[in-house]
Design a protein around this ligand. Structure first.
Ligand SMILES: [Fe+2]
Length: 392
């Protein structure tokens, strides 16, 4: 099912990393997996802040006479070589899709990817925004002569794919919108950020570099980075909690003197261990908190908590409408989000069940792990950064 390659590090270079200075910076390792034979492939890289690195995925779908790329990852030499291999078997990359208006991590790699495939058409979600100033797409490096807007200019491969918009929502600073895409040939429903299935165990991608897991498996900054399956699991659970809640309830930030007294000790004076700087202290079990997070899922899927609490807190009806629209589609067999595990076996009936579960359970709660996100949302609302009425 999968094609891994031993790759010289020169092929993993990503010179554009200063645009979004996230781990692993200038060197990106890539895992390429075939998800559905002869139909769908996953191209995965790690991306994160301060070692909270989560997998990000570009999905490659076979279309008539070639390939479509949904949500870009950095087109390192390794990625380009994998795509050239697929092109040799299935035909050229015809289409590159940016399926989100706000997800910067899916956007920055689109211009270099478009340059690597100069005959591909580029399709973007409307209302692209750049912060702090609004820049035209051309300034951001998009090839304007071959860039089209999803919806406004129709949809690519309309007889082979179905498209549905979640949003747009007004976020104050810009807008949220993403396009789901059903690949009819495989039954794979491609999603970006809204729904995820968080892997129970560390994703395979971390076999290429387990450092972020080992970093978070420690309880103090002066502990060395030791490797074992248990430590990888513990690190993964914590990393998923960070990515989901930004500051989970079980986490305490130690006072600065304690933090500095443990830093720069012998054995941790390296960049890999951030010189012993580790501003996290877990006051209760991160394993229990991870189990609670997983318990929110319905048939494995959940709304990413950061999105539920900061993007959708007052937009549950929009999410429900979108899920109900998707559940009307025939032929859904898999869900393939742009983060975490894929493909997840899923049917239209399950999508419908997911919508009713979201309708019945408390939405965007304030307590427990959600507390930090809830405070952040209240602050943004109070200061007028986000509008109280998010619908556009
Ligand atoms: Fe994303």
């Amino acid at each position: 099912m999968e094609a891994k390659r031993a790759t010289p590090s020169a092929d993993q270079r990503w010179p554009w990393w200063p645009l979004l200075p996230l781990y692993p910076y200038g060197r990106k390792r890539t895992l390429v997996r075939e998800l559905i034979p002869d139909q769908l492939w996953s191209v995965e890289q790690l991306q994160g802040v301060f070692y909270v690195a989560v997998p990000i995925r570009m999905t490659v779908a076979r279309v008539r006479g070639g390939l479509m790329l949904y949500a870009a990852v950095a087109p390192t030499g390794e990625v380009r070589a994998a795509l050239r291999d697929l092109e040799a078997r299935y035909g050229p990359v015809q289409t590159i899709v940016l399926p989100t208006a706000s997800g910067l991590e899916h956007k920055l790699a689109v211009p270099p990817l478009a340059r690597a495939f100069p005959s591909a058409q580029v399709w973007v979600t409307p209302g692209q925004w750049s912060f702090p100033v609004q820049l035209p797409l051309a300034w951001l490096g998009f090839p304007v002569t071959r860039t089209k807007v999803l919806g406004d200019n129709g949809f690519p491969h309309a007889d082979e794919l179905r498209w549905a918009s979640l949003g747009p929502l007004d976020l104050g600073l810009g807008r949220f919108q993403e396009f789901a895409c059903l690949h009819l040939a495989s039954g794979a429903l491609l999603l970006t950020d809204a729904l995820v299935a968080i892997d129970q165990h560390p994703p395979e991608l971390f076999n290429l570099d387990p450092t972020p897991l080992l970093f978070h498996a420690r309880d103090r900054g002066d502990e060395p980075l030791l490797d074992s399956p248990d430590r990888r699991q513990k690190g993964w659970e914590r990393l998923a909690l960070f990515a989901s809640f930004l500051r989970p309830e079980a986490l305490e930030v130690p006072a600065l003197p304690a933090l500095l007294s443990r830093a720069f000790r012998p054995g941790c004076r390296s960049l890999r261990s951030y010189f012993g700087l580790y501003p996290f202290q877990w006051r209760s079990s991160s394993t229990d908190a991870f189990a609670q997070l997983q318990a929110q899922a319905v048939d494995r899927l959940l709304v990413a908590p950061v999105l539920e609490r900061l993007v959708f807190p007052r937009a549950r009806p929009v999410v429900l409408r979108w899920l109900q629209e998707l559940s009307q589609w025939e032929g859904v067999r898999w869900i393939v989000p742009a983060h975490y595990e894929a493909p997840i076996p899923y049917s239209a009936a399950q999508l419908s069940r997911l919508a009713s579960a979201f309708e019945q359970r408390p939405w965007a709660p304030d307590q427990g792990n959600w507390g930090y996100l809830a405070n952040l949302d209240a602050l943004l609302l109070r200061t007028g950064v986000v509008p109280s009425e998010p619908l556009q």
